[in-house]
Design a protein around this ligand. Structure first.
Ligand code: ACO
Length: 429
């Protein structure tokens, strides 16, 4: 097996080591290239660049494979709970019954916020985008837990405690902002419920609230599992990159939330729903929107379609499509937007533009229809993604901090600006 590759630059040959992953993926280690040759590599959007070695999530986009710590996503979605998956991501192993009970108890105990944070949430205008609230509140945790701010190295006990704390507090931050917009007070956590069930109860429960059925909270739990990690995506990479500066986890996660917000990433779930509504208002014809997406002079893209790494299908989308049918049936909801989504998918999958570019529905194409059926406001959809992705971000952050190879992230560039000029005095300009 080749363990070095030769690169020829300006007639000179350089040997670069090859790193092989546990699934046979190969990478050329170019870390010495500039020092030896003066050349750097340029890779816009990092589509061909590995930023780290990771043992958390394996993804093969050509085959539509996704595994957390070796376990296929299909099995985890069917058999495990979201909290089990969160434990798995962090610890590398599925929990025993005792481990899981203790993990869940710690999350429940931490599903509270300091009084000052409730007051801060109250101060946001109700029209604030919830993702702005979420990222601000994660950054604001630094004010209330200063012990984690100055300490740059955490032992595993502290890390586990912080992991459970943030999983608990994320539920409160997101649900409490929603309740504030509705003029409602907080609903306390209930440790008897699943993570998803507790969150939905904190959103919609209380004395005058509604009870969420087991089947619906189970479907929501599956959704969280499907979002739990996705290797070096934009937001996880952000969390890692920010964390390489040795800043605390609160600040790193806050940055990840902001990265997720954009419509090319997690914000697509909101954008999909808005697109489906626009199609509905326009009379329900898909072709006009398909044509717009294909028009290179129009910035419009088919939201929820395409993925940087999946080129065959997104395995999460397949599971979500099924969950979507279950939730709507359980809730007795018949949503015309689901019919539009299915019709749009069918037309796009038979259109050579999308086929040639390997553009398929991604995880966000159907998730919004589930959130809508649950009564979650459209601008809060991406916050559901935050809840799901949080264990992944934190596990990636822990791995990065524990890896002795980690260095501060500091890419280079190819400078294309003006070359040296002489300064002209202000009076002469
Ligand atoms: N609609 C129409 N055309 C598209 C779409 C789309 N949704 N996605 C990609 N294309 C086209 C591009 O115009 C390009 O065409 P060209 O080769 O003729 O120039 C080609 O497909 C390749 O697209 P890129 O932008 O180079 O692909 P990239 O990997 O950089 O982008 C992305 C991936 C951002 C997800 C893109 O497919 C997109 O914008 N999708 C819509 C937004 C979305 O659903 N985002 C959620 C992704 S999943 C997640 O993050 C949770």
């Amino acid at each position: 097996m080749t363990d070095v590759v030769k690169v020829e630059i300006e007639g000179k040959s350089y040997e670069l080591p090859v790193i092989t992953g546990s699934e046979g993926e190969k990478a050329i280690d170019i870390s010495t290239l500039r020092a030896s040759s003066g050349y750097i590599t340029l890779d816009n959007g990092f589509g061909n660049t590995g930023s780290c070695q990771s043992g958390i999530t394996f993804l093969n986009g050509e085959e539509g494979i996704l595994r957390y710590r070796g376990y296929p996503i299909e099995q985890l979605a069917k058999k495990s709970s979201f909290q089990e998956v969160a434990y798995l991501l962090l610890n590398g192993e599925l929990p025993s019954q005792a481990d899981l009970t203790s993990f869940k108890t710690k999350i429940t105990e931490n599903s509270i916020l300091p009084e000052g944070m409730f007051k801060m949430i109250e101060q946001f205008p109700s029209t604030t985008h919830p993702m702005g609230v979420a990222s601000s509140m994660f950054a604001a945790l630094t004010a209330f837990y200063p012990e984690y701010v100055t300490k740059t190295e955490l032992n595993s006990q502290e890390m586990n405690a912080l992991f459970c704390q943030l999983m608990g507090q994320a539920k409160v931050i997101i649900s409490q902002f929603y309740r504030k917009t509705q003029g409602l007070g907080p609903v306390a956590t209930n440790g008897e419920l699943s993570y998803a069930g507790d969150f939905l109860n904190m959103m919609f429960g209380g004395e005058t609230g509604k009870e969420v059925s087991q089947a619906v909270s189970d479907a929501f739990d599956v959704l969280l599992t499907l979002h739990a990690d996705h290797e070096q995506n934009c937001s996880a990479s952000t969390v890692r990159v920010v964390g390489t500066s040795k800043v605390n986890l609160f600040a790193s996660v806050s940055a990840g939330i902001n990265a997720l917000w954009g419509q090319s990433h997690g914000g697509a779930n909101q954008a999909v729903l808005e697109m489906l509504e626009a199609i509905q208002q326009d009379g329900g014809g898909y072709q006009k929107f398909i044509n717009k997406a294909k028009d290179k002079n129009d910035p419009f893209r088919l939201m929820g379609f395409g993925h940087r790494v999946y080129k065959k299908f997104d395995p999460r989308a397949t599971i979500i499509k099924e969950a979507c049918d279950t939730v709507l049936e359980q809730l007795g909801v018949s949503d015309p937007l689901l019919d539009i989504a299915k019709g749009l998918e069918e037309v796009a999958l038979n259109d050579s533009y999308f086929v040639d570019r390997q553009l398929y529905p991604n995880v966000d194409f159907y998730s919004g229809i589930i959130y809508r059926a649950l009564g979650i406001p459209t601008n809060m959809f991406t916050c559901m993604f935050v809840l799901g992705r949080l264990p992944g971000w934190m596990s990636q952050w822990v791995e990065m901090r524990q890896d002795s190879a980690t260095k501060i992230a500091r890419p280079r560039q190819v400078y294309t600006g003006a070359t040296t000029r002489d300064y002209t005095d202000l009076s002469k300009r």
